[in-house]
Write a protein that binds this ligand. Structure first.
Ligand SMILES: C[S@@+](CC[C@H](N)C(=O)[O-])C[C@H]1O[C@@H](n2cnc3c(N)ncnc32)[C@H](O)[C@@H]1O
Length: 220
């Protein structure tokens, strides 16, 4: 497992039934079963070829008796709810479609999410579906930055304001070196933008980079 999957595993709670949706290779599910984080895992993918890879890896690890494999679109591939579901490695828009279309009775209590793109879209989808983002991390793995979110379903979940959804409800207290480097990279990606929206976000990132730098100095 690379750093991204290791961080995702550490955000995954100990549960009876887990799910890895869009599992592909199935390495995260293998790790969660081996580590005892889930007694049973639903391992699903839209692609039967991808799921076959997962089946081979899980079987080779001697864990197939605790796994349920299913080909299908998002949560609809499952026939029972999981307590916690990991959805990793997709674009934010694909993730948002999966979460929006999840049948209510199959929604888990916990989500562990990491999207390759469109973090703001992913956060909006998480909050609009009644989850609260309770932990976020940034990691650098294979030359790329990844953002990971852990969310809990709550009756009284509120949708944060636009700036908070853009920066991250939990990242706004972070000041690690990797987070500051990530902000520098994000700022560089926004700098050429001249639209009013782009400039507003650029300004938010500058303020956040200043805040993280100041917090880092004061923590020394
Ligand atoms: C880049 S792989 C990520 C694999 C693994 N989750 C990871 O993060 O390393 C994305 C996987 O999501 C699957 N996928 C895409 N859309 C999906 C959907 N709507 N439902 C289930 N799986 C989907 C793809 O077939 C692919 O295997």
């Amino acid at each position: 497992m690379d750093e991204r999957l290791t961080q995702a595993a550490s955000l995954f709670p100990v549960v009876r039934i887990g799910a890895d949706i869009g599992a592909n290779h199935g390495l995260l599910a293998c790790h969660l079963l081996k580590a005892g984080k889930a007694q049973k895992m639903w391992i699903t993918d839209l692609s039967s070829d991808a799921l076959e890879q997962a089946r081979q890896n899980v079987t080779a690890s001697g864990l197939a008796s605790r796994a349920e494999f299913a080909v299908g679109d998002g949560f609809s591939a499952m026939t029972e709810p999981a307590d916690a579901a990991a959805i990793l490695g997709m674009g934010g828009a694909t993730f948002a479609t999966i979460l929006k279309s999840a049948p209510q009775e199959l929604l888990p209590k916990y989500l562990v999410v990491s999207c390759h793109t469109e973090q703001e879209t992913a956060r909006v989808a998480i909050c609009e579906r009644g989850f609260e983002i309770v932990q976020e991390r940034v990691c650098f793995s294979g030359g790329r930055y990844y953002v990971l979110h852990q969310a809990v379903r709550r009756k009284d979940a509120v949708i944060p304001d636009e700036r908070t959804l853009f920066i991250g409800p939990c990242l706004g207290r972070e000041h690690s070196q990797v987070y500051r480097d990530y902000l520098t990279r994000r700022l560089a990606a926004y700098s050429p933008s001249r639209s009013a929206e782009g400039m507003k976000r650029c300004q938010w990132l500058r303020e956040e980079a200043d805040r993280a730098a100041a917090d880092s100095k004061s923590s020394l």
